[in-house]
Design a protein. Structure first.
Lengths: 341, 341
DNA sequence: TTGTAGGCGTTATCAT
DNA sequence: ATGATAACGCCTACAA
């Protein structure tokens, strides 16, 4: 059986309370006592019992706040599904979830929503914009004892304790690697990105570009258009691109707007000529794969992102366990018709 | 806060002990009391608190037995890694793991090992051979209060409470689907299976065959050889196959023996002509992918299989939670160079 | 600075 | 058939 605080107390001829004070750095312990306790704890290999901790932590009624820029973006449905699943599991431990969502990328709005949530939460899972003011807000929250974990998008030089998300560069590399295989290394590609304002989108393009250059020199990137993560815009710009470049043989869809891009390709009657690789898997994508329009899509485990983020927050609050890794990277999964689901 | 036994007891004007007896079906309760308690529990939405249960279960010193036919098969390294990770996590709950491994497919040996473990364990995770005697043994254990969960390979018509493993048919379908994409639907394929004695191997071939027939009529299966999951045998038989069928343009490696197959292809100087798709990802496969010999491999989340199996056993023992699903199917992941790790 | 005691929810044992 | 009580490991408020 595992070592307990009680056993350490006995071994040191001291009370449980004091051992607890040392092990949880609550101070007010004589240095030599502390020394002794730490040594015995290490010697016996003490590992806190999560069940005990959870039980004791219940009275605190912890709330985990979550703020996502998810409105109007279907991708987040799965992230939220993961959050809900985790919520069920932690509910019986007396920990609750406060989920807020927003639409669009306005810094002020995000700051305001964070402030609004602040008083009701003990931890924040944030889908941040990459801006200094957000980083400052994270620092402020941390000061006040509310730690922050970023999800899906990270933010540079901030005090967030950890990040859960995919490796966007590798996502682009995977898309290129797969396209290289499928086209036998020879293609003229049009890239449909979301917006250059989101680093994740840019990183995907970087990764895609790198692999093309290094491994598939015969894959040529003809054009890069923006969809603004919007299908109408995607349709319009793809249509123009197809008119401009009659020799396009492949399209890499970096972000949302998938339906619009594919509509343009279909209407131009180019389905058989153009190999389309997309990103993420929403129901519409599934449909397009089933119809053979999209050949493959690169996914980033959105469910896992939501589930894992909540679980890390939970462990931090209830079991006082700090995330071991600063970066928790989800897999870049290749989905084709046969392994889609 | 969630509803507790105590609250139910108060609401019914009765002691916690009785409520516990009802909720855990220990009998010795007056029918009308039972009725009342069940109703209030449902009405209030009682969900047992896992932390409380875990704490109380500790004194039992549960041991989860695991028996794998893993010796000499590198694939299982990852399964075992998953088991070890889960072991660490459940250790502090006072639950231990007893892992036994065996080599080769002799029914008697497996039966003997199960008997040997029986007295020391409270649950068995089994990698079973598909034989009636094993099914009978599972029934016997279940009778005696030791429930059984199958891992990686399932067994028909047995009393195992659940199964963790991949969908082998879909694995084969995925391999074919990917090969179809890469070869643009036109290939002459040689299949290297392990042994027709293992249903998983056969199911992969079935899936592969189905997709070829339905979706890629121009993919022709020229030959099927056996590797016996052994590299020497794989090398020899691949060599012969390559001599016999000069026009082979792709190979699907169904099971182990990957290194042997690839060695034969390399020695025949056919690396550039033959597209190889394999199954699973051991270090040697990784190397072959890096060298461009293998283009893609279909994986089945071995780590997750081990981890999940132990966790389900743990929950069953400690929290009295029966697996919701009878089948827990892991994903068939497509790995190419760029998303391998 | 240190010790004591009670409670978190569940289960087991012993008494009634 | 039912109730009372102690125990699991941890945390905390209060007492010393």
């Amino acid at each position: 059986m595992a070592v307990t605080i009680k056993q350490i107390a006995q071994a040191c001829n001291i009370s449980r309370g004091t051992v607890d004070r040392v092990l949880n750095n609550r101070g007010k312990v004589k240095p030599e006592t502390e020394q002794l306790i730490r040594e015995t704890a290490n010697r016996l290999g003490y590992v806190p019992n999560p069940a005990g901790r959870a039980l004791a932590a219940q009275k605190k009624n912890y709330v985990i706040g979550i703020l996502l820029i998810s409105e109007g973006i279907r991708f987040y449905d799965e992230v939220i599904a993961g959050i809900r699943r985790a919520e069920q599991e932690i509910h019986s431990y007396g920990v609750g979830i406060l989920l807020k969502t927003m639409r669009g990328y306005q810094i002020e709005k995000q700051l305001a929503l964070i402030d609004e949530m602040k008083s009701q939460i003990h931890f924040l899972i944030l889908n941040p914009m990459n801006d200094q003011r957000i980083a400052d807000k994270i620092a402020e929250l941390t000061e006040e004892g509310i730690e922050v974990l970023t999800i899906n998008t990270d933010i540079e030089d901030s005090k967030r304790i950890s990040h859960v998300g995919c490796d966007y560069v590798k996502s682009g590399e995977t898309a290129a690697g797969l396209l290289g295989l499928v086209t036998r290394g020879k293609a003229k590609v049009g890239i449909a990105t979301g917006t250059p304002m989101l680093s994740g989108h840019n990183q995907r393009i970087t990764g895609f570009h790198t692999i093309c250059k290094e491994k598939y020199p015969m894959i040529e990137i003809l054009d890069i258009i923006e969809t603004n993560d919007d299908d109408t815009c995607a349709y319009e710009n793809t249509r123009k691109m197809l008119e401009k470049h009659k020799d396009i043989s492949a399209i890499y869809i970096v972000a949302a707007g998938t339906v619009g891009v594919c509509k343009a390709v279909e209407q131009a009657g180019l389905v058989d000529q153009i190999t389309i690789v997309s990103s993420d898997l929403i129901p519409e994508t599934r449909d397009l794969i089933q119809r053979g329009i999209i050949k493959a899509t690169i996914c980033q485990q959105p469910f896992t992102q939501g589930y894992k983020a909540v679980n890390m927050a939970f462990k931090r609050l209830v079991s006082n366990i700090t995330p071991t890794k600063e970066l928790n990277i989800t897999k870049n999964e290749i989905k084709i018709l046969e392994n889609m689901n």
